[in-house]
Design a protein around this ligand. Structure first.
Ligand SMILES: [Zn+2]
Length: 463
C-alpha cells in the first residue's frame, strides 16, 4: 500500500480552454496524475461520481483587494473571509494587489501584504505590486522582487492624485520589468481630466454621489488607453489594462496593430449599467460607486463580443467590498465614498449563466477568461489554470442545471449587500478541490482550515 493518496473523479465532463470531453481524472496527492477513461486497480482510491457535472479548472481571479486600506478604513473582506467566499464560487487562486504608499520601498509594501495574508488564506494566492514611486530605488528592487519573491506583475495608475505616475514613468517601468519577465498593468483613466471635472463640480457644490459617473466619463478611459497604445507601440512592449469598462475603450485598444494591449474586464461592466446612479437614495447609489463607473447598457454587448473575439483575455472581479455602514461615509459627498463593489464569489456563475447560457461566449471561452488566460499571462501556468497531467488538482465540479438567486442573505462575502441582489442564475458549484483536497464538498460544507492556501511564487508573465 502506498502512502500517497489517490482520488478518482469519474464521469464528469471536463472543460478546458480548448476541449470538452467526458472523462475521468486521477488525482495523486495534490496533482492531476492521469486523464482518461480507466478503472482503478487501487482499492484505496477514493471515488467522486461527477455524472451530470461539468468540471472546470479552478478559477484564477487576477484582481482582488482584500483588507485594502482606503481613507482610514479597510475593504470589509479580510484575506480569510474573502478567499473563503472565493472558494464557494470556484475560485482557487487570487492575485491581490499590494499597494505601495509613497513613503515605503516595494519590499516593505510586500512585507506588509504577506503579514496580512500568510496563515489566513483559504485559496492559493499571489500578489501584484502597485508602484506609486518610480525612482532609482524602485528600479533597483525590481529584479529581486521578480526573481526571488515571485511577483512578476506591477500595477500603475494614470488616475488618483496620490498614486498616479507619468506616461514616461510607466514606459520606464515597462522596460525595466520586461528584462526579468515582468509585466506592467495599468488603471487606465485620464487623471488630469478627472481632477479638473471634480474640481469644477466641487466649486459648484455638485458633490452628491450621483455625480460620480459624470466625474469619470468614458472619454477619460478612452484617452488613457489611446496614450497606452502609443507607449506600447513606441516601446514595442505589451501592457495590461485592468477593468476595461467601455466599448470606446475597447475600440481604442484595438486601434493600432503594432501595439499590444492586453485587456481585462469585470462582471460588473458586463451586467450592471449606469441607471443605478439615478437612484434618489444616495446610499443606493453608493453601493455602485467604483472606478471606473458602470456604463450605459449598450456597452455590455461590445464587451461580451470582445471576449468572444478573443480581444478581452481576462474576466476578473476587482473585488473590493465595503459595508453599507462604510458606504454611508460618503452619503452627501462623493469625495468620501469608498470605491468598490463585492463580487469575488459570483464570477463563474455569471460567466456561465449570463455569458454561456445566453449565447455570448462558448464554454471554452469561459474557461479562457476564468482561469487559463490569467494563469498564463501572470506566470502561474501550467501549475494553475488548466486540467492537464502535472497541474495542481484545482477543480470545480459544476452543476449546470441548478437554479438559484444571488443575494446577500446567502453569499459568503463579508458585506451586507450584493451588487447582483435578486439576479436569477442557472448553474452552481457543487464541489471545489484545491491541490487535490476537497475544499468545499457537494453539500457546500467547507472542509479546509484557514491558512490552507499557499503563496504561489510566480514565473515570468507570458503575453
Ligand atoms: Zn482594483
Amino acid at each position: 500500500m502506498s502512502s500517497s493518496s489517490h482520488l478518482i473523479i469519474k464521469n464528469g465532463t471536463v472543460i478546458t480552454s480548448s476541449h470538452q470531453k467526458k472523462t475521468d481524472i486521477l488525482i495523486v496527492d495534490d496533482k492531476i496524475a492521469k486523464i482518461g477513461n480507466f478503472t482503478s486497480d487501487d482499492d484505496d482510491a477514493g471515488i467522486i461520481d461527477a455524472s451530470g457535472l461539468l468540471i472546470f479548472p479552478g478559477g484564477v481571479d487576477a484582481h482582488t483587494h482584500m483588507e485594502l486600506p482606503v481613507m482610514g478604513i479597510h475593504s470589509s473582506d479580510t484575506f480569510a473571509t474573502g478567499t473563503k467566499a472565493a472558494l464557494y464560487g470556484g475560485t482557487t487562486t487570487i492575485i491581490d494587489f499590494a499597494n505601495q504608499s509613497r513613503m515605503e520601498s516595494l519590499n516593505q509594501t510586500l512585507d506588509k501584504w504577506f503579514l496580512k495574508a500568510e496563515g489566513h488564506v483559504y485559496t492559493d494566492y499571489a500578489l501584484h505590486l502597485s508602484v506609486t514611486v518610480v525612482n532609482h530605488q524602485t528600479i533597483a528592487e525590481l529584479e529581486g522582487i521578480i526573481k526571488h519573491r515571485g511577483v512578476s506583475s506591477f500595477k500603475t495608475f494614470m488616475a488618483y492624485k496620490t498614486m498616479m505616475i507619468t506616461d514616461d514613468e510607466i514606459a520606464t517601468l515597462m522596460r525595466e520589468t520586461s528584462k526579468y519577465g515582468g509585466l506592467v498593468t495599468v488603471h487606465a483613466e485620464d487623471g488630469e481630466l478627472i481632477e479638473s471635472i471634480i474640481e469644477n463640480n466641487i466649486s459648484q457644490k455638485n458633490i452628491a454621489p450621483q455625480f460620480h459617473p459624470i466625474n469619470r466619463p468614458i472619454v477619460a478611459e478612452s484617452n488613457a488607453i489611446s496614450r497606452l497604445v502609443n507607449i506600447s507601440e513606441r516601446e514595442n512592449l505589451p501592457i495590461y489594462v485592468v477593468h476595461l469598462s467601455s466599448a470606446e475603450g475597447l475600440n481604442c485598444a484595438l486601434n493600432k496593430s503594432n501595439a499590444k494591449i492586453i485587456l481585462e474586464t469585470c462582471p460588473q461592466y458586463l451586467l450592471l449599467d449606469d441607471s443605478k446612479y439615478l437612484h434618489t437614495d444616495p446610499l443606493e447609489v453608493n453601493k455602485f460607486v467604483m472606478s471606473p463607473p458602470i456604463r450605459p447598457l449598450q456597452n455590455h454587448q461590445h464587451l461580451w463580443k470582445g471576449i468572444a473575439d478573443g480581444h478581452i483575455k481576462v474576466v476578473a472581479t476587482d473585488h473590493c467590498p465595503f459595508t453599507l455602514e462604510q458606504k454611508k461615509l460618503g452619503l452627501n459627498d462623493f469625495t468620501k465614498v469608498p470605491n468598490g463593489i463585492p463580487g469575488v464569489e459570483h464570477r463563474l456563475e455569471i460567466l456561465f449563466s449570463e455569458g454561456y447560457l445566453k449565447g455570448q461566449i462558448t464554454l471554452n471561452q469561459l474557461v479562457q477568461v476564468w482561469s487559463t488566460n490569467p494563469a498564463r499571462i501572470f506566470g502561474l501556468h501550467p501549475r494553475k489554470g488548466d486540467i492537464v497531467v502535472g497541474a495542481d488538482a484545482d477543480l470545480v465540479l459544476f452543476d449546470p442545471n441548478i437554479k438559484h438567486t444571488i443575494s446577500s442573505k446567502t453569499h459568503h462575502m463579508n458585506v451586507d449587500y450584493s451588487a447582483y441582489e435578486g439576479l436569477d442564475v442557472v448553474g452552481k458549484c457543487q464541489g471545489v478541490m484545491l491541490r487535490g483536497k476537497v475544499a468545499i464538498d457537494c453539500d457546500g460544507v467547507l472542509k479546509i482550515n484557514e491558512g490552507y492556501g499557499h503563496y504561489i511564487h510566480r514565473g515570468a508573465c507570458v503575453v
